[in-house]
Design a protein around this ligand. Sequence first.
Ligand SMILES: Cc1cc2nc3c(=O)[nH]c(=O)nc-3n(C[C@H](O)[C@H](O)[C@H](O)COP(=O)(O)OP(=O)(O)OC[C@H]3O[C@@H](n4cnc5c(N)ncnc54)[C@H](O)[C@@H]3O)c2cc1C
Length: 416
Amino acid sequence: MLNENAVADFKANLRGRLIEPGDKDYDEARKVYNAMIHKKPRLIARCADVADVIKAARTVTVGGGCTWGDVDHATHAFGMATPSGIISTTGVGGLTLGGGVGHLTRKCGLSVDNLLSADVVLANGTFVKASADENSDLFWALRGGGGNFGVVTAFTFKLHPIDMIYGGPMLYELSETAEVMKWYRELISAAPDDLNGFFAFLTVPPAPPFPEHLHMKKMCGIVWAYVGPQEKAEETFKPIRAFKKPALDFVGPLPQPALQSMFDALYPPGFQWYWRADFVNELSDDAIAQHIRFGEALPTMHSTMHMYPIDGAASRVGRTDTAWNYRDAKWAQVMVGVDPDPANKEKIVSWTKSYYDAVHPYSAGGAYVNFLMGDEGEERVKKTYGGNYDRLVEIKKKYDPDNFFRVNQNIKPSAK
Ligand SMILES: Cc1cc2nc3c(=O)[nH]c(=O)nc-3n(C[C@H](O)[C@H](O)[C@H](O)COP(=O)(O)OP(=O)(O)OC[C@H]3O[C@@H](n4cnc5c(N)ncnc54)[C@H](O)[C@@H]3O)c2cc1C
């Protein structure tokens, strides 16, 4: 998985020696105290000082109950990050096991693409490790199969040297939606992996830092995250800003955890949420016309629609390499009716369902499992896993034959 440039770069920045397979002292260097253990690491770093240890230790091990805010806090101190979502209060467990889509998807892949190992308590109470080398079938299933296979007590992720990001929301008038969406679909498809941007419909919150003249206004926009060389950021955004002057441009340099937690305050725990979702291959003009109808009719201030790009690095992982099946889809789209007041339940449910009915015909079929509501039936879950479903059933039979873990997007051990 390591490319030669990355190895050369690592070597050049290490004060100690880097030993690789083929080097004359490789076999000696890979020995550990216990002669029963025969690991064959791709690289062995003889760290000379603390800076070398930091450079070499590009992993983070996270307790199963952590939120992404906990992870960002710990890794940002070292100028590192691993891909998560777009809100820092979301749990590492659920988001990762379903896939994990967010600001870093195009650059670093899904959260599951960065998972190196997991500690798991199985339904029968046994404790196992899952990685490419140990219980590799379970490791495969955990990467997208949700909470179906056990309780993960620790996750180990690969880290990336992502410290500052040039990002934030850029908002446009709702009347400009067609133009914005058509421009966005072309721009993001051709963009380098360093640039992520998800499309959204939203209502501007009636509070600072938003200017008063925009308060409670329905708008469309793109939330950008550029993780390339920061000195090139302004240049990268020149054509974006040249497309059309946004009504609000909050895009600029900020620390990675600041972007991750930017929307936390808007979505405190305890609201009513009703979800519908699809994977999308193509954003056609007809689909855009439907989006406009429902974007104009956002039922409450917190209701929204997001289209997350899942191309770039996420699309270069094979369809059967992990349980996540839709590697060739371009977007994970979600429409979600949200409101603090249970009295508005019908209003948000009916908008979400009607919106979904209108755009689903333009979709790729399945949906990101973490955006499924749970009231759509088994067929929808099957569709989401596509050709990977049968293998998931076999692994479920092996690790949870009695379907102990069933309060989820369930993969039944008996399903055909
Ligand atoms: C405000 C908000 C923002 C979101 N943003 C994003 C986003 O940007 N990107 C994205 O990909 N998704 C996003 N989601 C969807 C999110 O991935 C799912 O809601 C996910 O289930 C949340 O996981 P959790 O651990 O927080 O929730 P929980 O309710 O704690 O867990 C959900 C389920 O996951 C499983 N699970 C959780 N932890 C473990 C564990 N340690 N071991 C085994 N199973 C476990 C269980 O089946 C559990 O029932 C968002 C959701 C919300 C509400």
